[in-house]
Write a protein that binds this ligand. Sequence first.
Ligand SMILES: *Cc1c(COP(=O)(O)O)cnc(C)c1O
Length: 227
Amino acid sequence: MPDDIPQSLARILARIETAARRAGRDPAAVTLVAVSKTHPAEAVAAALAAGQAVFGENRVQEAAQKFPPLRERHPSLRLHIIGGLQTNKARDAVRLADVIESLDRPKLAQAIAEAMAKENHRPELMIQVNIGDEPQKSGISRAEAPGFLRACREEWGLPVTGLMCIPPAEGDPRPHFAALAAMAKEHGLAKLSMGMSGDFETAIEEGATLIRVGSAIFGARPYPAGA
Ligand SMILES: *Cc1c(COP(=O)(O)O)cnc(C)c1O
């Protein structure tokens, strides 16, 4: 585990502040989600000790192992599930998470609605949009997103508060961030999760309210985590 987690966090927070001010935005309107996937609970504990409260994990099983003990000691901790979610993991995700950012298809919406009723817990939800319309990438297509959002709200009564995206790895992410921001605005969604270690300043300029930063805080991942 890198022992410079507090310094890395401080550097990221300073960069968030600079990017927000440059864009004429309030830095407090941007929440840093520290993506701790593949890193041990000790790394999360080090970030918590440095004042970081919001974390992101992309695998439910890994989150289930790391987070419940940490929560007991840190009641203010907030966990976001940010990775592709299988329907058979929906119940665990609903039990564990404060926010699920990766809602991307009707079957999952249905499973989450059922899990919420059983668990009597309603984490906030964000719809993941495949903003570059890339084959093989998770996220609902741009064309299907409005209808899916309507169904989430009307058919399943789900608490959808925003949109999330991972832009294509190649090329300029800015137009994709701008497109996601426009879609959120059009549908009255206040939250926008976009921007990672390599592009979060651009995302902030385009209106991100949540940025998901992993390697710039915790260092390189010890093994690939998928996405
Ligand atoms: C891993 C991951 C991140 C963080 O990526 P970094 O490049 O390490 O900052 C953000 N979002 C999702 C969905 C991820 O899976």
